[in-house]
Design a protein around this ligand. Structure first.
Ligand code: NAI
Ligand code: MG
Length: 356
């Protein structure tokens, strides 16, 4: 049976890069049943909503969702894919491919994965008028002794780490690192927090990972604060294996990691743990280059590779990655962000030519 893929192109360069990746999957005759569904700003005009009910139904009847990226009006798509479907882990690999435009002198050997907790932390969408919490918590004191009323008028955002959330994420991270170790990687988990400032929230993540690690004697553990980690990623990127971190830190560190390996346009990801997984590039809608056929579709192509892996189509995933590698090594068909002249579709055609 062909695996069923629901495609949500999203906005901006989303449909362009996902379209380029789908063209490869289709023309390479991979055994997939790919269906484009109405969504995003385009669907707002045709269907009066960024996420029609029928689109949701089709997603839930699919084996995977392949997603582009969304502008803020299309936020309901992201809320649905993450929270509606329950995908609480975002797997974001960073790997250097020879020929990619890394700003580092020696980027060879960068091959790490950032696991970003995808459902809690700063992304609870729990923001509001500060008066709400001032009225509800008149006795509350901050660690430096202020009452909330001392701040006067303002707004708040809640950062929430739940025990269930941290435990399931830590369990996933350990299983993931062990799987990688079984494939020859070092088997190290680096937990990135700011537990010196946030002992109760960041501290929970550290504790949850350490408790889980008791069952994984082959794995080693390191912990760095996020500011230090930002620096280490630039200086020693080849020293990292699996990095586990909370939502906002993961969002920021993955853009940084991707840039040092060649650029934001090159990064793909998998979001898993829920009813139906979804696969998306790390970048956003890139309004500055949208509609020009110049976006680098590598992030979407790599997301497709992770999707094939997830669906048990390892051979196809492998041939896709090998073809991509060859295009970077040859350097003849690279996109503008990589110092080349090729457009989005020309790059995709070059990848397709190298699929064996
Ligand atoms: P962005 O990732 O869209 O772009 C940042 C920079 O990287 C831009 O200069 C862009 O041209 C470049 N870039 C991104 N992808 C590229 C590609 N494939 N090839 C070549 N260059 C590429 O981030 P930005 O500008 O902060 O946000 C733009 C919009 O995207 C906003 O509306 C934001 O809310 C949304 N966004 C959506 C995300 C999602 O749907 N998952 C994630 C991040 C941002
Ligand atoms: Mg981001």
């Amino acid at each position: 049976m062909k695996k069923k893929i629901a495609v949500l192109g999203g906005d901006g360069i989303g449909p362009e890069v996902v379209g380029a990746a789908c063209q490869i999957l289709e023309k390479a005759n991979f055994s997939l049943d790919i269906e484009w569904l109405p969504n995003g700003e385009a669907a707002l005009e045709t269907h009066g909503t960024v996420l029609p009910e029928e689109t949701k139904k089709q997603c839930e009847e699919s084996d995977a969702v392949f997603f582009g990226s969304a502008n803020p009006p299309s936020d309901p798509i992201i809320m649905y894919l993450r929270w509606g479907l329950g995908n609480y882990v975002n797997i974001r690999p960073t790997k250097y491919y020879t020929g990619a435009a890394s700003p580092l002198k020696s980027p060879e050997g960068i091959d790490l994965v950032i696991l970003r907790e995808n459902s809690e932390g700063m992304y609870t969408y729990a923001e509001g008028d500060l008066a709400l919490v001032q009225d509800a918590l008149p006795e509350f004191r901050t660690r430096h002794g202020k009452s909330l009323g001392d701040y006067g008028k303002g707004n708040f955002a809640l950062r929430i780490m739940s025990e269930t959330g941290m435990k399931r994420f830590s369990k996933y991270a350990c299983e993931f690192a062990q799987d990688r170790k079984n494939k020859g990687f070092p088997g190290n988990i680096t937990v990135v927090t700011k537990s010196n400032m946030f002992p109760q929230t960041c501290g929970m993540l550290e504790k949850a990972v350490q408790e889980e690690l008791v069952d994984y004697p082959e794995l080693t553990y390191t912990r760095f604060y996020v500011d230090d980690m930002a620096r280490r990623l630039v200086r020693f990127p080849d020293r990292f294996d699996v990095i586990a971190t909370s939502n906002l830190f993961g969002d920021i560190l993955t853009d940084e990691a991707d840039e040092i390996a060649g650029g934001l346009g090159m990064a793909g990801s998998a979001c898993v743990g829920g009813k139906v997984p979804y696969f998306e590039s790390v970048h956003g809608t890139a309004p500055d280059i949208a509609g020009k056929n110049i976006a680098n579709p590598t992030g979407a192509i790599l997301s497709a590779k992770y999707m094939l892996d997830y669906l048990g189509m390892e051979q196809e995933a492998d041939s896709l990655e090998k073809a991509l590698k060859t295009v970077y090594k040859e350097g003849k068909d690279l996109t503008v962000d990589q110092g080349g002249k090729a457009g989005t579709t020309q790059f995709a055609e070059a990848v397709l030519r190298h699929i064996k």
